[in-house]
Design a protein around this ligand. Structure first.
Ligand code: EPU
Length: 432
């Protein structure tokens, strides 16, 4: 699908956040741990939840999504070897733990997902092996069995990976004995997943220094849970408000999840007002440059660098971004440069050394502003690059055509309709 966007207008009004993509998909997989129904409120109707629904249905779940409420029920595991999926994201590997617990064996396809670097899964595999799984990696799949069942283990992650932490959680809550996860990721979406698991009957303690303690239980039951609002959407709409010199009230935006981002907004000269129901974003005057390093929570999230980069093309002076989470997440800046931006990606570290030091891929960027942007044709390469394209097109003079909108639809619910309510001139046609 292709979006046609006429830019140059300030966007004004109120927008309500959908439930967080990166929690909703994991919660669907958490529901596989019980034979009772789970009900998820504030459920986002997006491409990634559809892809995950296909996986769960093949496994044996019945799924009903109505008015933002998902009911998912897997009374029995019908298929623990799920290889044929029409589309893929990075979720199937997280089904291994629940399938091993309920069926003793599992096979899921090698991951798909965004093209933002090699994205190895060594930490997932090491954690599952420590918990007692035997895993064979074939050219198409991960094949796992647990002849003696899963058992507790002490796991120290070399890096606080979001996916590996979630994988270890899902595999250990019903394993025999105690598990300790050290150097675990503590993203708000992971805490929300833990809250759901706790309601299902799990025993999980949060320790200091990124440590999670899990006491395995033999049975989990169904539950209801309201998914936290999507903080990545919140940041996208905040950048959109400030970049277009408008004012947007982001209903559902939570200060708790955005403390690091709000500091950046204050430093660059954006304005925000926190209310009980959400946060309003606007601009005070000229924007100032900032220096950002992405990191695991509570650091500045990697999914927030793309919308911010568009904003920084409108700041007076040189800003820098050091991407320390993904190897290859600056590809979209080529398109912004074709629109008139001056962004220089480089492979050296910037303002400090990270684990990518000495590697040859671009993981830092200098952004020189302010530069007017003009409309052009672009193709989306991943979800967050996609929202950067859309924001840039809405800031730019003239018309832009953006191909690959289905990538954006994987993470942003009914995006065209919601942006139109803010005054955006956006329509969609089938790609040529
Ligand atoms: N990594 C390893 N080995 C592993 C796992 C990860 O080296 O076994 C590396 C990755 O290659 C990457 C880094 O660790 O360089 C971070 O990966 P992590 O596992 O933390 O991320 P993820 O689980 O693959 C999730 C989100 C991403 C988000 C990151 C960071 C989902 C489905 N995806 O990915 O979201 O950027 O955490 O917060 O939850 C998005 O929503 O657009 C998106 C890409």
């Amino acid at each position: 699908m292709r979006a046609i966007i006429k830019g140059g207008r300030s966007l004004e009004g109120s927008i309500t956040l959908a439930g967080a993509k990166n929690a909703a998909t994991k919660m669907m997989l958490a529901s596989l741990l019980t034979d009772e129904p789970c009900i998820l409120y504030n459920f986002p109707d997006i491409g990634d939840t559809e892809i995950t629904a296909e996986l769960c249905k093949k496994i044996g779940s019945t799924i009903d999504l109505r008015h933002g409420t998902l009911t998912i029920h897997t009374p029995e595991i019908k298929e623990s070897r799920v290889l044929q999926l029409s589309r893929r994201n990075r979720l199937p590997i997280l089904a291994l733990g629940p399938l091993l617990i309920r069926a003793g064996e599992a096979e899921v396809p090698i991951l798909g997902g965004d093209k933002i670097g090699p994205r190895p899964v060594d930490l997932h595999i090491e954690a599952l092996k420590a918990l007692g799984a035997e895993i064979e990696v074939t050219p198409e799949s991960y094949r796992a069995s647990a002849p003696k069942g899963l058992h507790g283990a002490e796991i120290a992650f070399a890096f606080p990976s979001v996916g590996a932490t979630e994988n270890a959680l899902l595999a250990s809550v019903r394993a025999k004995g105690k598990t300790v996860l050290r150097n675990a990721a503590m993203e708000p979406e992971i805490i929300d997943l833990i809250k759901m698991l706790q309601k299902m009957g799990a025993i999980i303690e949060l320790g200091s220094d990124r440590t999670i303690y899990i006491e395995g239980v033999s049975h989990l039951h169904g539950t209801t849970h309201t998914i936290l609002p999507d903080r990545n959407e919140a940041v996208s709409f905040a950048c959109l408000a400030i970049a277009t010199n408008g004012r947007i009230f982001v209903h559902g935006a939570s200060q708790d999840h955005l403390i690091t981002f709000l500091n950046v907004i204050r430093r660059l000269g954006g304005e925000y007002e926190v209310a009980p129901e959400g946060i309003a974003f606007s601009r005070k005057g000229a924007l100032k440059p900032v220096h950002i390093e992405t990191g695991t929570h509570p650091g500045y999230m990697t999914d927030w660098q793309q919308p911010l980069t568009v904003l920084l093309t409108q700041a007076e002076g040189m800003s820098t971004i050091h991407e320390t989470i993904y190897e290859d997440r600056f590809g979209y800046t080529e398109d912004l440069n074709r629109m008139g931006a001056r962004i220089e990606p480089a492979h050296g570290c910037i303002n400090g050394i990270c684990r990518f030091s000495g590697k040859t891929f671009n993981h830092s960027a200098k952004i020189y502003g302010s530069t007017p942007l003009s409309g052009t044709n672009m193709k989306i390469r991943d979800i967050r690059a996609g929202i950067a394209h859309v924001i840039a097109a809405l800031v730019a003079d003239g018309t832009s055509e953006i191909d690959g909108m289905e990538e954006l639809d994987r993470g942003y619910e009914k995006i065209d309709e919601r942006l139109r309510k803010l005054g955006a001139d956006i329509s969609r046609v089938k790609s040529a």
